[in-house]
Design a protein around this ligand. Structure first.
Ligand code: SF4
Length: 347
């Protein structure tokens, strides 16, 4: 199955036509013979087919909306950055556990924003406000931005922008491998390119429509050759029978593959690692059960600890003693397989 994202239908806000990228995209999709229709707002799309929640979810993932981002502020983005950088919302992947199930609901259609100059203008102001501190921006807080990059070039533009910024840093994470267009961009080491990985057991069960971890590691090798600071996010981490061995194999395999593909003399010194344990909100659980009625995702509230999150959503995380065990395990394995890497956090 090709993982290249080609939408089945496209919507656009008429205002998007006032921007060169919006005009180009609308014309491009019209020429491709697609259904391209205007919509009054990118925040609410009617006209996505599907008789059941799971059919509507699949159709939403094949729907692209071309919009203008009007808000003059960015949301905060702990723990990975100071702010979100909104370039894209959602992605065509269909991971059952997707963290966007809480905020995007049952029809997570893919949105791109065409007023990139304005978005980067806000970015610039936020960097100024925090001088002389360096301000970090996360480009994947509400999306996987790679699948639509072939249409918008938004990441490329953002990476070039941060390449020119002395006091701003950019980071994003992806499961996708279509990275060629970003390899020659002048990043000046100001963008951290991260890949999301999980053990084979989790990928096979829950990560539908995404490249295999092996393919992601090959893409990571290309990113290293392009001298980007590289990172891996291991997420979401599940406990199941044999979880330690499954994740040990993942880290061992990643270290071996990377050693084969990295430039000679590479060490894990500039590598960052982030570890995120599985968590879910009540809202996500309701949405996931409708969209994936046969899911085997572990979502038993009784087995978890309830915790208030950054945006006021309570979430169910593993029990404190389980978290402690997982944290110690990953810290130890990170040291074993990537001795010089920076472990940014385990949550
Ligand atoms: S790739 Fe990331 S954003 Fe896309 S469905 Fe999977 S978890 Fe969600």
């Amino acid at each position: 199955m090709s993982l290249e994202f080609v939408p089945d239908r496209v919507f656009y806000e008429p205002d998007a036509l006032n921007y060169p990228l919006g005009k180009t995209l609308v014309e491009r999709f019209q020429k491709m013979g697609m259904s391209v229709s205007p919509t009054t707002t990118h925040n609410r799309i009617t006209g996505i087919p599907g008789d059941t929640p799971s059919a509507a979810y699949r159709e939403a993932k094949r729907t692209l909306v071309i919009g203008v981002r009007r808000s003059k502020t960015f949301q905060s983005c702990k723990p990975s950055a100071h702010y979100q950088l909104p370039l894209v919302t959602s992605c065509p992947g269909m991971c059952e556990y997707c963290y966007l199930a809480t905020t995007l609901g049952k029809k997570p259609y893919v949105r791109v924003y065409v007023n990139l100059e304005e978005i980067l203008g806000i970015t610039s102001n936020l960097i100024q406000e925090r001088l002389p501190e360096i301000t970090q921006f996360e480009g994947a807080a509400t999306s996987d931005p790679i699948p639509v990059e072939r249409y918008t070039g938004a990441l490329k533009q953002a990476i070039e922008f941060f390449g020119r910024e002395q006091n701003g840093r950019f980071r994003f994470v992806t499961k996708y491998t279509d990275v060629e267009s970003l390899l020659k961009v002048r990043h000046e080491g100001h963008t951290r390119f991260r890949f999301s990985l999980n053990c084979a057991e989790v990928v096979q069960k829950y990560e539908h429509g995404t490249p295999s971890p092996e393919e992601r590691i090959i893409a990571a090798g290309k990113v290293l050759m392009a001298e980007y600071p590289l990172g891996f996010i291991i997420a979401p981490i599940f406990r199941f029978d044999g979880w330690q061995e499954a994740y040990r194999r993942l880290l061992e395999g990643t270290a071996e593959e990377l050693a084969k593909r990295a430039p000679s003399g590479w060490s894990s010194e500039r590598l960052s690692l982030e570890f995120i344990s599985h968590r879910f909100t009540a809202k996500a659980k309701t949405n996931i059960l409708q969209v994936f009625p046969n899911t085997s995702l572990p979502m038993e509230e009784d087995e978890r600890k309830f915790k208030y999150g950054q945006f006021g959503y309570g979430k169910y995380v593993y029990q404190p003693e389980e978290m402690k065990e997982m944290k110690e395990f990953f810290q130890e394995k990170a040291k074993e397989y990537f001795p010089l890497a920076q472990v940014e956090y385990f949550i």
